[in-house]
Design a protein around this ligand. Structure first.
Ligand code: SAM
Length: 332
């Protein structure tokens, strides 16, 4: 049973046992010993880390000074093209919280708090200035904002199916992106599975940050009944993910590429979906992202036995980022 527990005057999150039992079984089978250390991080909120993505449209030297004084350093620095200089993401090795910024009308936000691993799908996408980009499942907009820190797309289309979340996405874009740039972004509310038919061969890059099992947050479900239902419905996610990918492939121009990402460790929603796509779509091929993984390997722990077109970030103490799966495909 879920009961919020009071310790040292603070409300503490409680682990949802049914979810933990389910993960224990599945991930021990899939990850072996590695699951134990991943589980230790995921079940320990005081070990969690947060990255601070600066907004280049609202720069603040004072904020950067504060971050350095507090022990944060810049991640994703390097000379590879995957690591754009305009992207400034601060992280700290020790878990600490930085306050989230409130929405203020007429003022752009200076930073976005996120899991540092969420930057990886955007880096893998390698958006260049002028390219037409579709973010298929975009709310609340963390990756859309990150894309705009890296490059100025030609056409930028952010889509989110859910009504409420689509409004949230719009608000994120308005809080981070200035006029007139924000007016050039299209925010739509379509079923991502159909965008390929509506907009065939229209984009150079597509990000499919798919709806998935959210391992980290599911472990702290406060409603056991809802958690049980989620675990049952979990099996249907792979088919939704497959359909979103098929739509993304249709929406790509030949020569264009897509990045698929999830925040689950589950093989059924990660490698299995990508393998099925590679098997059933003759017009896509895998793209090697191992160089990118190497370039950021200081900050992340990756599962070793993945193929070159994919990576899986495993949370570890001091590098508590992920879970995050990324795969890259190219349309022929
Ligand atoms: N990319 C977002 C970010 O970085 O802030 C997070 C996206 S979240 C993992 C997946 C999103 O897909 C959810 O907001 C969910 O409502 C949306 N979604 C679910 N089914 C969808 C569909 N059929 N078409 C488009 N979006 C969908």
């Amino acid at each position: 049973e879920q009961v919020e527990n009071k310790t040292k005057g603070k409300l503490q999150k409680q682990i949802c046992q049914v979810v933990l039992d389910h993960f224990e079984k599945q991930y021990t089978a899939e990850l072996g010993d590695k699951w134990t250390s991943v589980r230790d991080v995921l079940t320990c909120p005081s070990c969690w880390q947060y990255a601070i993505l600066l907004n280049k449209f609202s720069q603040s030297a004072e904020l950067e000074n504060t971050l350095r004084v507090k022990g944060y350093h810049l991640a994703f620095r390097g000379t590879l093209p995957y690591l754009p200089r305009s992207l400034k993401c601060y992280i700290s090795r020790t878990p600490r919280r930085f306050p989230a910024q409130k929405h203020q009308t007429g003022k752009l936000k200076e930073y976005y708090l996120l899991n540092a691993a969420s930057v990886l799908p955007v880096l893998a996408l390698e958006v260049k200035d002028g390219e037409d980009v579709l973010d298929l499942c975009a709310a609340p907009g963390g990756k859309s904002v990150t894309i705009l820190q890296c490059a100025y797309p030609g056409q930028f289309h952010c889509n989110e199916y859910d009504d409420l979340r689509s409004r949230w996405l719009k608000q994120t874009m308005e809080s981070f992106i200035p006029d007139p740039l924000v007016n050039l972004i299209t925010v739509s509310k379509q079923d991502g599975r159909q965008i390929g038919d509506f907009k065939p061969e229209s984009y150079d890059k597509v990000l499919v940050d798919a709806p998935c099992s959210n391992d980290r947050s599911w472990l702290f479900s406060s409603d056991t009944q809802q958690a049980k239902l989620r675990l049952i419905q979990r099996k249907e996610l792979s088919s939704l993910q497959f359909q979103l990918l098929r739509s993304a492939i249709k929406a790509l121009r030949p020569g264009g590429s897509l990045v698929y990402s999830t925040c689950t460790l589950s093989k059924a929603e990660n490698g299995d979906v990508i393998n099925l796509i590679l098997k059933s779509c003759a017009n896509v091929m895998p793209v090697d992202i191992s160089e990118m993984a190497k370039a950021v390997s200081q900050e992340f722990t990756f599962l070793c036995d993945t193929q070159q077109h994919e990576l899986l970030v495993l949370p570890e103490k001091g590098k508590a980022w992920g879970p995050l799966y990324v795969a890259k495909l190219k349309k022929i």
